[in-house]
Design a protein around this ligand. Structure first.
Ligand code: GLV
Ligand code: GLV
Length: 325
């Protein structure tokens, strides 16, 4: 008999086919996020759970799933899973890094350019029939070329964002919990304390994982220390930014604008946010390319298969459980 996998939402077809070769697949038939009870129910019978970043998987759910052998998350971020509890229960937790790095870095640039050059606002104006012809003062935005980019978090994605900056001749500042010598050497990126980065960067872009120490990393004090001409870009996790402070910063002009792909209480938008014209607000689509979402599915499938075979999965976030088995 094939092992059972529970997939909380349909993935691109190549990934579903790969899963079906190896597993008996049960998948959420509806195009919506499942409730906690529905996921808990689905977990009862499965060997592997394949959840999304929108599914919170807590300790109690894991404890009440008697046949569960591991979790293969369809995301690079794994803040939706209580990894500590999984480790205690000896359950491997896997994620999908690498395959979405370029798509996410590209979208970070799309957001940066869209918000600084007011692309969305200008498009809406044009569609509304308001365009009366070229005008010297129509939709003036900010220059990008030659400015200073501040990258917070220089893992795979932050580094890929930095590499794209060289074409714009940007000066690159970065902050991280450790030095990134490759970036310093290859791109002359300069390591600076967080406050110096915030004070001097024209664009501040966030690429940290969501951890207790990165939760609300950007709050009132940090936003107040940015330049009034600077922009904040977030394609990491919404909870890295205190949105009450952000809305105030946008309304009161402490910063020039924000490009966001992620939100504190996703999918809700913080009150006041959508009324701020100096924002571009995307619905968490950074990894949403056909190539990237398919590759994430293939990798999630490989991770799941390796768990069942008792092999080391390509990407495991709690490798210490392997030694225990
Ligand atoms: C996307 O947000 C991911 O973590 O994969
Ligand atoms: C995630 O893949 C990162 O390292 O930024």
């Amino acid at each position: 008999m094939k092992p059972k996998i529970f997939v909380t939402r349909k993935l691109p077809s190549a990934a579903m086919e790969k899963l079906e070769e190896f597993f008996h697949v049960s998948v959420n038939p509806e195009d919506r996020v499942l409730s906690r009870d529905e996921i808990r129910q689905g977990m009862q019978e499965c060997d592997i759970l394949l959840p999304l970043l929108t599914d919170t998987i807590d300790a109690e759910m894991m404890r009440s799933a008697p046949s569960l052998k591991g979790i293969s998350n369809y995301a690079v971020g794994f803040n939706n899973i209580d990894v500590e509890a999984a480790t205690e229960l000896g359950l491997p937790v896997c994620n999908t890094p690498g395959v979405l790095t370029d798509a996410t870095a590209d979208l970070t640039w799309a957001l940066l350019m869209a918000v600084t050059r007011r692309v969305v606002e200008a498009d809406q104006y044009n569609r509304a029939g308001k365009f009366q012809g070229w005008a010297p003062l129509l939709f003036l935005g900010a220059d990008i070329y030659g400015k200073t980019l501040g990258i917070i978090g220089t893992g795979r994605i932050g580094s890929a964002v930095a590499h794209r900056a060289t074409g714009f001749k940007l000066k690159i500042l970065y902050h991280d919990h450790k030095r990134n010598e490759a970036l310093e050497k290859e791109l002359k990126a300069e390591y600076v304390p967080l406050n110096d980065l915030l004070r001097t960067a024209d664009f501040v872009t966030l690429h940290v994982p969501l951890l207790p120490e990165t939760t609300e990393l950007i709050g009132e004090k940090e936003l107040r220390s940015m330049q009034s001409t600077a922009y904040l870009i977030n394609t990491s996790r919404g909870k890295v930014v205190n949105e009450t402070a952000l809305v105030k910063a946008l309304q009161e002009g402490w910063i020039a604008g924000a490009g966001l792909d992620v939100y504190y209480n996703e999918p809700e938008l913080h009150p006041g946010l959508k009324e701020c014209p100096n924002t571009v607000l995307l619905p968490h689509i950074a990894s949403a390319t056909t190539g990237s979402r398919t590759a994430m599915g293939m990798l999630a499938a490989e991770n799941a298969i390796a768990i069942i075979k008792g092999e080391k999965p390509p990407h495991i976030v709690n490798p210490e459980v392997l030694n225990k088995q």
